[in-house]
Design a protein around this ligand. Structure first.
Ligand SMILES: [Zn+2]
Length: 158
């Protein structure tokens, strides 16, 4: 996303105040209607962190806190950590796999839906029993490739 310059932003706000529609402003400025609608609703996007900044918007110094996600967007690792910490404080108990669902799945009567974690646990148990990929997939009613991927992950974790 390209951030609007201050001039562009003021221009959009002036046009909104002058009573132009979002489409009309888009035709004039080339700025998308979605962005214009956000400005109209009073949302002013905070500046995005960029490579040139000396700190993130919360003051964590760059570049030691700067990371890029797999799409190339920069983010602040310190903010990311804090956000995760807040999330964990709000959610003290992580979701646990349903033992009964795993047991049923291992015995060949899986419930309609297994969570990924329950399925992985069932695959682990069946693999330990020595079942083939095909039999495991049949028993859990999932695809062979799902079993293969899960086994690969188990080997990697071991
Ligand atoms: Zn930060």
């Amino acid at each position: 996303m390209n951030r609007l310059s201050d001039v562009q932003r003021q221009n959009v706000l002036d046009l909104i105040a002058a009573g132009y529609s979002n489409s009309a402003i888009q035709r004039q400025t080339g700025i998308t209607r979605l962005t214009i609608a956000r400005y109209r609703a009073g949302h002013f996007p905070a500046p995005r962190t960029t490579a040139g900044n000396e700190a993130c918007r919360n003051g964590h110094p760059y570049p030691e806190n700067q990371r890029a996600d797999k799409n190339g967007w920069h983010y602040c690792a310190a903010c990311h950590r804090e956000k995760n910490r807040r999330w964990r404080a709000r959610n003290p108990q992580r979701a646990q796999p349903d033992e009964m669902a795993v047991l049923r799945a291992v015995q060949g009567d899986p419930p309609d839906r297994l969570t990924p974690r329950e399925r992985a646990e069932a695959i682990r148990q069946l693999t330990r029993k020595g079942l083939t990929v095909e039999l495991t997939a049949e028993r859990l009613r999932c695809h062979r490739n799902t079993v293969k991927r899960a086994r690969k992950r188990l080997r990697a974790a071991a």
